[in-house]
Ligand binder design. Structure first.
Ligand SMILES: NC(=O)c1ccc[n+]([C@@H]2O[C@H](COP(=O)([O-])OP(=O)(O)OC[C@H]3O[C@@H](n4cnc5c(N)ncnc54)[C@H](O)[C@@H]3O)[C@@H](O)[C@H]2O)c1
Length: 317
């Protein structure tokens, strides 16, 4: 039964944090998975355990260049996702989002594959409405240091919807909110990995601003489940759909949870807020609930425990 429903699935950015979990899930569902990555922020270590599986294939390729393979489904995740990484080479970041989307949409058009774009809550910028619904157009600075990512992702969404309108393509767009879990990068400056690594090393925990800015945190397993469900929705439903955990925590609360879960003696150290850092970010997931029959299941404490376990093992290596 499983084999007969097996599809050839291309995952771009498959050696990254989310991509590697997605590859695992697709293999477990019986699909033939081609993982494409240029290892810019991802690493072979994230998928080493999959290499021996007969239905898994790893290809080094930069999606800013065209790719000619056969596939039935494409998940387009390739893009550096943390400010430290996407600001390191901002032109390449925009190219990955924009040229990458054009190349992957071209491939989907040729192969008649269904294609899903991993977009982001950053398309809402520093939002004036709270929580954010999908019909909100956002408040994004087009010329700031985060714009390479935010505007690149916005343009990728535009391309997805234009390819749909112009060529009748089968596209899906999800907007991912802060996600955390094992295989996050230890030094990418994202708040969950930052705090855990600092706590495990006994270093001060850096809190930007007053720490009262809020974020929502979705555990990776919940996120992957929503992406797979989105890919399985009926033709004609394109999204965009917010995926995230609406549970809202202040950054200070997160720091305190991490200190308590790690048993660390780290102290909290305050630093100035970076430019264009949003005060509040929380998904409205009513659409995901109704169209995907999905809502996050993993509580922050449980997800943090798994993530702490991962980083403890990583730092011990
Ligand atoms: N993790 C989150 O909280 C979050 C939130 C919103 C959106 N997203 C989106 O989800 C996707 C995956 O994010 P992640 O957290 O796993 O980040 P990640 O950096 O771990 O993964 C991105 C992967 O893409 C690869 N990559 C980058 N540029 C490439 C290129 N030009 N060609 C081929 N591969 C390339 C990297 O090497 C890496 O393996 C990204 O598109 C990101 O924008 C993630």
């Amino acid at each position: 039964m499983r084999r007969s429903m097996s599809q050839r699935v291309l995952v771009t950015g498959g050696a990254g944090f989310l991509g590697s979990h997605l590859c695992e899930r697709l293999l477990a569902d019986g699909h033939d998975v081609l993982c494409v990555d240029n290892f810019y922020t991802g690493t072979k270590r994230n998928v080493t355990h999959l290499l021996e599986k007969p239905l898994f294939e790893l290809m080094r390729h930069d999606i800013t260049f065209p790719l000619y393979v056969e596939c039935d489904r494409i998940y387009n995740l390739a893009c550096p996702a943390s400010p430290i990484h996407y600001q390191f080479d901002p032109v390449q970041t925009t190219k990955t989002s924009v040229h990458g989307a054009i190349n992957m949409l071209g491939l989907a058009k040729r192969t008649r594959a269904r294609i899903l774009q991993a977009s982001t809550s950053e398309v809402y910028g520093d939002p004036e409405i709270h929580p954010q619904t999908e019909d909100y157009w956002g408040r994004v600075n087009p010329i700031g240091p985060r714009s390479c990512y935010d505007e690149g992702k916005r343009c990728a969404e535009t391309l997805f919807f234009d390819y749909q309108r112009q060529h009748g393509m089968d596209v899906k767009v999800v907007r991912i909110f802060n996600t955390y879990g094992p295989r996050m990068h230890p030094n990418d400056g994202r708040v969950v990995s930052n705090f855990i690594v600092q706590a495990l090393r006994g270093e001060p925990i850096t809190l930007y601003g007053d720490g009262l800015q809020t974020r929502s945190f979705c555990y990776v397993d919940d996120l992957i489940d929503a992406m797979v469900r989105m890919m399985g929705t009926e033709k004609g439903f394109y999204g965009p759909v917010n995926i995230g955990n609406p549970g809202e925590f202040t950054i200070r609360e997160l720091a305190e949870k991490v200190i308590s879960l790690t048993g660390s003696k780290s102290k909290i150290e305050r630093k100035p807020l970076p430019q264009d850092d949003p005060r509040q970010r929380q998904p409205d997931i009513a659409l995901a609930r109704s169209k995907l029959g999905w809502q996050p299941k993993v509580a922050l404490d449980d997800g943090l425990k798994e993530t702490v376990r991962y980083f403890r093992a990583l730092l011990a290596q």
